[in-house]
Write a protein that binds this ligand. Structure first.
Ligand code: IPM
Ligand code: MN
Length: 342
């Protein structure tokens, strides 16, 4: 019996409109090779949705996503994304940061510091300061956003991070700022949850120190769990560690295992519309989607195809190719994947 998957593609804006269709061309080829089938529906989010349907995240789009096997998301400048995350309670955001051997010279760190970096950021995605009470005072002279965390919200993301740590090297670092924000005791709450995971070592680390440690000694980290805002900031730092934020993908899952998959990069207006963006962040997200579906062989072959293409020296412009590396645009990169998967 062949597996059939239904996905919704939400390219959004900027390079999202280029990298999502490009990656889906590759995924289609992979599906043919691996004998599973795909149905892809395109939906609107962000500026294009506002223009055509009058809202950043229209109800039509929400309905389209309902009951599907996954959402492939591109990028938006503002509007739509937080609503989408909240609508489906995508609380668990997984952002793997793993250095690719053939791109080690693109890391912002010296090679000996970058070698072997393999970190999984587990970011809480539907609570914290992004969703706390906010507003401006009546006289319009100041504004506020509040960071609120339910103990339950911390414990449920802790559990995801603990399970992941258990499947990896058994180390979990808890990001916090308890010296200034003591009412949100991340470390204690994660430690309580960790009683059910005796094989995982839990260490609390202040977020400022953690940011420094990520640069000084990133190899010490395995899984890092963080609240919404800190996780956002630290995962960009992860991009610099491996060479480009454009390489990183993510999965955002709810408790039923339904998820949306998106590159960590934004709309990249400086390169949008030129056909030069690389779909590797979206492909990294597709690999996570395939793993989530249990299509492990397909995930591996996409991974291998990517490794081979990079090993042979093909680079998009943002990776700043140096002789003898070969500059390719989006279309050429897709073609290389199609050849590799044929
Ligand atoms: C991300 C982005 C978003 C976030 C923005 C676009 C709201 O930076 O997914 O990392 O902060 O969550
Ligand atoms: Mn971000």
């Amino acid at each position: 019996m062949t597996n059939k998957y239904q996905i919704v593609a939400l390219p959004g804006e900027g390079i999202g409109e280029e990298v999502v269709p490009a990656s889906l061309t590759i995924l289609q080829r992979l599906a043919e090779r691996q004998s599973f089938s795909l149905r892809i529906d395109y939906g609107l989010i962000g500026q294009p949705a506002l223009k055509k349907l009058g809202a950043y995240f229209p109800e039509e789009t929400a309905q389209l996503c309902q009951g599907k096997d996954g959402i492939l998301f591109g990028a938006v400048t503002k509007g739509g994304l937080l609503e989408l995350r909240q609508r489906f309670d995508f609380f668990a955001n997984l952002r793997p940061v793993k250095v690719c051997p053939s791109l080690i010279n693109k890391s912002s760190l010296k090679q000996e510091k970058a070698v072997g970096i393999d970190i999984l950021f587990v970011r809480e995605l539907v609570s914290g300061i992004y969703f706390g009470a906010s507003g401006r005072t009546q006289d319009d002279t100041s504004g506020y956003h509040t960071m609120t965390y339910g103990d339950r919200d911390i414990k449920r993301i802790a559990k995801i991070a603990l399970v992941k740590a258990q499947q990896r090297r058994g180390l979990l670092t808890v990001t916090h700022k308890e010296n200034a924000l003591p009412q949100i005791p991340w470390t204690r709450l994660v430690q309580e949850e960790a009683r059910n995971f005796p094989d995982v070592t839990v260490t609390g680390m202040l977020v400022d120190n953690l940011a420094m440690q990520l640069v000084i000694n990133p190899q010490q980290f395995d899984v890092i769990v963080a609240g919404n805002l800190f996780g956002d900031i630290l995962s960009d730092l992860g991009g610099a560690l491996v060479g480009s934020i454009g390489l990183l993908g993510s999965a955002s899952l709810n408790s039923a295992g339904f998820g949306m998959y998106e590159a960590i990069h934004g709309t990249a207006p400086a390169i949008a519309g030129k056909g030069i963006a690389k779909p590797l962040g979206t492909l990294a997200s597709i690999i996570m989607m395939l793993e989530q579906w249990g299509e492990i062989e397909a995930a591996q072959s996409l991974n291998q195809a990517q490794a081979k293409i990079l090993e042979r020296g093909y680079r998009t412009a943002d990776l700043n190719p140096q002789n003898p590396e070969i500059l390719v645009n989006t279309e050429q990169l897709v073609e290389l994947f199609l050849q590799e998967l044929s």
